[in-house]
Design a protein around this ligand. Structure first.
Ligand code: 5RP
Length: 220
């Protein structure tokens, strides 16, 4: 089964977790774009959505799904998103789509976070996927030096400005054996807006799309 089919399968499966007449938080990326196609057919069953990016907002607008701002609501029951890598402790790398900061904020605000991935995203150790870090433009050189000290090979993502008008640094060569400590360390570098390690806000439910089935894991 090809990657597209795996992504579509898990994007469809997650529909059964959607609470009726509620607002749902929605991530960014190709898996989420498939999910939104399915959600379009159910749009009258939900109240609306909180979007994590301009890309997702544009799709929601096109599909006629009402958008709510996080600051204007009191409760977000659920957030649905994918990941670039996830390990067996449900720690993740996110930010391939440059939306990590808003994704982290919405995931942290939601009561439940459901992550939908295809099986290629499962890893033993995080770090093969270059770690995305959102940085304030005037600080990117300084942050780069600090990341090199941590052993990283840093590349500024070309022609990308995030929805918050910042840059993305992609960091290779990090063998992330302790995601918690690295998330904290990188967050503490002045100029970093957020780091694509999600070790504090992990998914509550993980759906993994495999060739013959969808595996559902509930975090203990
Ligand atoms: C965007 C993300 C995405 O969840 C991640 O990049 C996975 O994307 P895709 O569904 O296209 O594989 O973190 O910032």
């Amino acid at each position: 089964m090809n990657l597209k089919k795996l992504k579509k399968k898990v994007a469809f499966e997650v529909l059964k977790f959607i609470p009726l007449k509620e607002i749902i938080g929605i991530g960014t990326g190709s898996t989420i774009s498939y999910f939104l196609k399915y959600l379009k057919k159910f749009k009258n069953k939900i109240k609306g959505a909180v979007s994590s990016s301009t890309k997702t907002t544009n799709i929601l607008n096109e599909y006629g799904i009402k958008i709510f701002y996080l600051n204007n609501i009191n409760f977000l029951p659920i957030y649905i998103d994918s990941a670039d890598e996830i390990n067996k402790n449900m720690e993740m790398i996110k930010g391939g789509g440059a939306a990590l900061t808003r994704e982290k904020i919405i995931a942290s605000s939601a009561k439940k976070f459901i992550c939908i991935v295809d099986e290629t995203k499962i890893v033993n150790v995080l770090g093969k996927f270059p770690l995305p870090i959102e940085v304030i433009p005037m600080a990117y050189k300084y942050v780069t030096y600090e990341l090199v000290k941590l052993g990283g090979i840093v590349e500024k993502r070309k022609n990308v400005l995030t929805d918050n008008n910042n840059y993305i640094l992609d960091v290779k060569n990090l063998f992330i054996s302790n995601p918690k400590s690295l998330e904290k360390k990188i967050n503490n570098i002045p100029g970093v807006v957020s780091v694509g390690i999600f070790s504090k806000r992990k998914p509550d439910i993980l759906l993994i799309s495999k060739k013959n089935k969808i595996k559902t894991i509930f975090r203990k």
